[in-house]
Design a protein. Structure first.
Lengths: 394, 422
């Protein structure tokens, strides 16, 4: 028995990590290489502490991740750790597809409370451990947009001077402008099942009217998804788009030093409301005792300030979840912009709780947005439809 | 490649999970149980094919039992279903055998259905263990600046294999259609079928190269490299291949043709990339002759312009029978043999005056050159019968010895049976 235990200690433990690819990212060679290099670097450092561990990653499009985990769990082949968005981690915990992440008080203290709160269910279970935060930004080509617009007014003014602006027809790609135009509180109220006040209603109408009017501008183009916006910016047919910081890797490869980023334009006295995407580590259900222990160790290691700082500085695509990590905003304009986007996004953090992947209301709202943008329905009618849809219970 | 090997080796980590161990143990138990119980008499009464059916169903039932106890059993279920599918695949042969010859069904199953099923099952197993889409983007090197991944190489190999095995039936169908519409000969139909098949494979390979990202410059470079390779390394293979294509166009060696090889008539069964497959009726042997042989050496064909063959049997009749009677009898006899053609009419000839018999030849025409030996045998039998009926003697070799008279001028010839000199 002693011999067996010794042999067991010597055999490497394989930890399986399933990584969800955010929407708009294709599973291609570049993406796989990019992830592999990030993970290799991270695992290499972890391997110094736990030399007997092998980490194997598998990439899945986030839209398929839930089904993949359900199927693999049913076979006993589920991953030990899942790197995904906060909302999907919540859904996975609710459906019993992942185990709650055991975090002690010290670890909780290290995580930004606002981020931690995004992955706690109504029973107080932790759906995942926050890892990094991707922020929603404005990406532009410096050659054509020397000074990024700080407000929506400036944005439209720049289109008049020749700047080609691209906006998404997806709700997630447009909600940032609701904050700038005072429509956010009406959305929040309706999403909580309340009737928006006349003022809130006015804010919603203002936001939707702006979208409709924007589409009437000659140099504003609405596209179906984020990937198309990214491709057109890289190809040079658009000059300014709303983007996610997860897009930066690919855009840097295409535009190099010409890529500029800024926070999304605010309104007159109102801040933009970007939807920042929290990535968390969730625990799988099929792990052996050793795999579970090692998965937890890996998750805890990822939270360490030094690891978080190294990851942040090396990638410059996300912000750390550990609140004790000092983000060097003085030395990096990119990180400073992401911190600004994070602050902007505080206003929309309540929205993140309901704006989840696969929420049927999102598709219904998008079905209203398209005819509105193309002038088929009036902003007032669209506002009514929005409120009715938002008030529906999930 | 190292990345792929590391990925595959990483799968062993699943073995340390209790639920995986349990599923694999149950599968092993089913396999062992089946092996042990098959020796029992009650099971041996059943056909052998029942064993895998029983095994797969037992595996599925065990997986359901595990699921009822909320133990993960998807892997066992998958393996049971794959096993059952493989077993049921054999049953599919029955309906195919109704419509197609057995050899064609065997080809369909061994070249298309079984490999396809196996491939799908392996892909599904990989999807159980890993993300096949993730594996597909693993790089294995670069060719002319094009990054090659497991995914695009596997797809290319699959498409080429698919073209090689599956281009046959559509090409055959098109050739058959042209055969019916235009009225081309059966041999031409078979030649057209092969040419179409090669054309589809050639175009397919070019399309796969473009799909991989190789541009025309890269393809030209490959073609240049191949030329050098062909010149030195595989000259014979290439020479045979080109000979085969040439022979197809020329139409001299096509499936269905009958050629003489070392004195035996052989039917061309298949004109392959390297060699031609001939069938020799005499001993039912299949001969693989390099295409180059037909290209560089003289060959006798009975089917180049038509399929008729003029055949001949030789027979001797005694000197005391009137040659005109014998010739008439021989010609009438040939006409009685069923497979001898009436037109052109059989023709008997007096060939020579032999030592002990007058030698005749009976020439007749047959429709299928491959039936020559059989028909000759029939004709010979019929001649024997006719000669018996008409008391025509087929003499044995004989020699008359007598004392020499000296001087020779004093010798008196035997004039009882006059014997003209030839």
């Amino acid at each position: 028995m002693g011999g067996c235990a010794e042999l067991r200690r010597q055999l490497p433990v394989v930890v399986y990590v399933a990584v969800g690819l955010q929407e708009g990212h294709l599973l291609d060679r570049d993406t796989a290489d990019s992830f592999a290099s990030h993970i290799r670097q991270f695992v290499h450092e972890f391997g110094r502490l736990h030399p007997n561990v092998l980490v194997q990653t598998a990439l899945y499009p986030e839209t398929e991740l839930r089904e993949q985990i359900r199927r693999r769990n049913a076979s006993g082949l589920g991953p030990d750790l899942i790197l995904t968005s906060a909302d999907l981690a919540n859904a996975l915990l609710q459906q019993g597809l992942v185990s709650a992440m055991p975090l002690d008080q010290e670890e909780r203290n290290q995580i930004d409370p606002a981020l931690l709160d995004q992955v706690i269910d109504s029973h107080g279970h932790q759906a995942g451990q926050p890892l990094v935060l991707f922020t929603q930004l404005a990406c532009f080509d410096r050659r054509r947009v020397p000074t990024p617009p700080a407000t929506l007014k400036e944005l439209l003014a720049q289109t008049a001077t020749g700047t080609q602006v691209g906006l998404s027809l997806e709700l997630g790609g447009l909600l940032w402008s609701a904050g700038s135009l005072g429509g956010l509180s009406g959305i929040n109220a309706a999403a909580r099942g309340l009737q928006p006040s006349p003022e809130q209603n006015q804010g919603l109408v203002r936001w939707l009217r702006w979208l409709q009017e924007a589409n009437n501008q000659q140099r504003v183009t609405f596209l179906g998804d984020q990937a198309s916006l990214r491709q057109r910016l890289a190809a040079g047919s658009l000059d300014w788009i709303s983007c996610q910081s997860s897009d930066l890797d690919g855009l840097r490869r295409s535009l190099g030093s010409h890529l500029g980023i800024s926070t999304l334009p605010d309104g007159e006295g109102q801040r933009a409301s970007p939807l920042n995407n929290l990535r968390v580590l969730a625990l799988g259900r099929n792990s052996s005792r050793h795999q579970r222990a090692m998965a937890i160790a890996l998750a805890r290691y990822s939270l360490k300030p030094l690891v978080q700082k190294t990851l942040t500085l090396d990638n410059r695509s996300f912000l750390p979840a550990n609140r004790y990590v000092n983000v060097p905003v003085q030395s990096s304009q990119v990180l400073a912009t992401m911190v600004g986007a994070r602050q902007q996004g505080e206003s929309s953090e309540a929205l993140v709780r309901w704006f989840q992947l696969g929420d049927p209301r999102v598709k219904e709202l998008e079905a209203v947005l398209v005819p509105l943008v193309f002038g088929v329905i009036e902003p007032e009618a669209a506002t009514e439809a929005f409120v009715t849809i938002l008030q529906k219970r999930r | 490649m190292r990345e792929l090997i590391a990925e595959i080796l990483g799968w062993r980590g699943y073995l340390e999970r209790g639920s995986i161990q349990l599923q694999l143990l149950l599968l092993a138990a089913v396999l062992l149980g089946l092996q042990l119980h098959w020796t029992r008499r009650w099971l041996r009464r059943w056909p052998r094919a029942v064993a895998p059916l029983l095994g797969s169903v037992a595996t599925l039932l065990l997986s359901l039992a595990l699921q009822n106890r909320s133990i993960p059993a998807g892997l066992l279920q998958f393996l049971g279903l794959s096993w059952l599918g493989w077993t049921l695949l054999d049953l599919l042969r029955m309906p195919f055998l109704r419509w197609l010859p057995e050899q064609r069904v065997q080809q369909l199953f061994s070249r298309i259905f079984r490999p396809l099923y196996l491939l799908l099952a392996i892909l599904a197993l990989i999807n159980q263990l890993d993300s096949s889409r993730d594996l597909a983007v693993i790089g294995i090197g670069k060719l002319f600046g094009i990054a090659l991944t497991i995914g695009n190489i596997s797809t290319a190999v699959l498409v080429i294999y698919g073209l090689l095995v599956a281009s046959g039936p559509p090409a055959a169908a098109l050739a058959w259609l042209l055969h019916r519409l235009i009225g081309i000969s059966d041999g031409s139909r078979k030649a057209l079928e092969i040419i179409l098949s090669y054309a589809v494979v050639g175009l397919g390979i070019t399309a796969v190269c473009f799909q991989l990202g190789l541009n025309s410059t890269a393809l030209l470079a490959i073609a240049g490299g191949l030329s050098v390779g062909l010149g030195f390394g595989i000259k014979e293979v290439f020479s045979n291949f080109i000979s085969g294509i040439w022979l197809l166009f020329e139409g001299s060696v096509r499936p269905g043709e009958v050629l003489m090889l070392d004195g035996d008539s052989c039917e061309v069964r298949k004109l392959g990339l390297r060699a031609t497959l001939l069938w020799r009726d005499r001993d039912n042997a299949e001969l693989l002759i390099p295409n180059q042989t037909f290209f560089t050496e003289a060959a006798t064909s009975y089917t180049a312009s038509d399929r008729m063959r003029r055949s001949q049997v030789n027979v001797g009749a005694a000197y005391h029978h009137d040659p005109a009677t014998v010739i008439a009898l021989l010609e009438a006899t040939a006409l009685q043999v069923p497979l001898v053609l009436k037109q052109p009419a059989p023709k008997a000839l007096l060939l020579s005056y032999g030592d002990f018999a007058i030698n005749y030849a009976l020439r007749f025409w047959i429709a299928n050159p491959m039936d020559n030996v059989t028909i000759c045998s029939d004709v010979n039998q019929a001649i024997w019968q006719t000669f018996q009926e008409h008391q025509i003697e087929i003499p044995f070799p004989q020699q008359v010895e007598y004392a020499m008279t000296w001087p020779p001028q004093a010798h008196e010839p035997n004039l009882e049976h006059p014997r003209p000199r030839s």
